[in-house]
Design a protein around this ligand. Structure first.
Ligand SMILES: [Zn+2]
Length: 286
């Protein structure tokens, strides 16, 4: 599932091919990825003739701010990749993916190129929103916590909650209302780097441990963005050119059950709790 670093990689690729180019046509189907007004003809009315003025990201959401005749309208196209969503640009990958049977939304640009939103499992999301003010999130995203990659202190809200919460620290890292953009994979990686067990009750973390977690969060996500995100064995994550990411080669615990911990050699363990697999080193993490 694409997490913050994967969506940031997609955002950077999309910016190369779509910024300030007029959308000349838009094709969408009636699949469940479309929500609210995006599920109606309003989607084409909003998009055709508009251009993407700027491209933002908050957590795992991509936000394309639209302009019409050079005027920023406040309208935003919001995309979430869900479990298996991808964007593919004909200009960067060399061929159009518009005919792919899983292409639910295709945007055609004035230069003849197109960008397709492909999502075989259809857990992704396409919606329209409006920014209440410059830089403010549309109402449907207002519940999200600070962005894990871009916020100056991404774990500030999580730290507040952690003090009075006995739930596992990993569960808090995955709570998008506390910090947005971290999923199962990067939570495991940052907890190993911070030498904290995923199951550790949040309220038992002292200030130095929270500081370690904050540093691990910044480091892991920055390195993952640098390497274009992580593509796992199923290869469902690819960037907008169709290329795989390479941060998976740097994973210390995620997907490495039974393999030696890179720090101490102890076999990495996998444990299921909260409906998810957690990977950790029983010697390095406590
Ligand atoms: Zn270890």
């Amino acid at each position: 599932m694409p997490e913050g670093p994967e969506v940031e990689t997609i955002r950077r690729g999309l910016a190369r091919v779509a910024l300030d180019r007029r959308i000349t046509a838009c094709r969408s189907d009636s699949s469940r990825v479309f929500h609210g007004a995006a599920a109606t003809e309003a989607l084409a009315q909003v998009l055709v003739g508009a251009s993407i003025h700027s491209l933002g990201r908050h957590g795992k959401f991509l936000l394309a701010d639209l302009a019409r005749d050079g005027e920023v309208s406040g309208a935003v196209l919001i995309l979430h990749m869900g479990m298996s969503g991808q964007l593919r640009s004909s200009a960067l990958s060399g061929t159009s993916a518009a005919a792919d049977k899983h292409a639910h939304l295709v945007l055609c640009f004035e230069d003849g190129s197109d960008v397709s939103f492909i999502d075989p499992r259809m857990f992704g999301r396409v919606e329209l929103g409006v920014r209440p003010g410059p830089g403010e999130l549309p109402a449907s995203l207002a519940h999200l916590g600070p962005d894990a990659i871009g916020a100056p202190d991404p774990l500030a809200r999580l730290g507040e909650r952690a003090r009075r919460s006995s739930v596992a620290i990993k569960t808090l890292l995955l709570d998008q209302t506390l910090v947005a953009g971290i999923g199962n994979m990067y939570a495991d990686e940052m907890l190993h780097r911070a030498r904290l067990l995923p199951r550790r009750p949040a309220s038992t973390l002292g200030a130095p441990e929270m500081a370690r977690l904050g540093s691990a969060c910044r480091e892991v996500l920055a390195e993952a963005v640098e390497l274009g995100g992580s593509s796992l064995a199923d290869r469902t994550y690819r960037d907008i050119s169709g290329e795989l990411g390479s941060f998976q080669t740097k994973h210390r615990v995620y997907g490495r059950e039974g393999e030696p911990c890179l720090e101490c050699g102890e076999p990495v363990r996998r444990e299921v709790f909260g409906g998810r697999s957690s990977h950790y080193c029983p010697r390095c993490q406590s």
